[in-house]
Ligand binder design. Sequence first.
Ligand SMILES: Cc1cc2nc3c(=O)[nH]c(=O)nc-3n(C[C@H](O)[C@H](O)[C@H](O)COP(=O)(O)O)c2cc1C
Length: 174
Amino acid sequence: MNRILVVYYSGSGHTEFVARQIASRCHADLERIQDRQPRRGVVGYLRSSLEALLGLHPAIEQGRHRPGDYDLVIVGTPVWFWGVASPVRTWVRRHHAALTHVALFCTCGGSGQAKALDDLERLCGHPALTRLALTERVVPQCQRDPALRRFLLELKRVPSVSVSLPPLQDQAPA
Ligand SMILES: Cc1cc2nc3c(=O)[nH]c(=O)nc-3n(C[C@H](O)[C@H](O)[C@H](O)COP(=O)(O)O)c2cc1C
């Protein structure tokens, strides 16, 4: 079994894209948090907004992986109203006891990323090994992003975890 689980929620694909990049670099298992009820269109947006602002816990599907089986769990969320996406809040509450070693990441339009990661860290109940925030603008080229490389370098410090770094020549110029 792999020793890292990457778990994420994604409405429009940005967080999923980053989750897949991280999982492939860390040889990790991947778990997508799934809503029980569809979250589409204007109604879905309004529901998401309300849940984010009120700190609600919407119903989510059971999921396939048990976070307690892993050395490290990497949790990813889109930023919703400067905070955690509500389905991620539900997942973290459900698995709280197993989340002793975590790393966190988020994607966003451009604001609230630090607060969202602070909130997520507090929900997990343990300091994150490392954190990553990417704006949706850089997501398609995140393999070249120095922030992702730093994040992966920190993950390499976890014993028994193997991480393949992107080649240096792939890095964006400083
Ligand atoms: C309900 C809702 C609230 C959002 N609030 C913020 C926000 O406070 N700050 C921000 O920068 N982006 C915000 N966004 C944009 C998302 O964080 C951004 O598009 C993110 O990359 C979406 O990830 P996804 O494609 O994985 O769903 C919001 C999006 C939604 C749907």
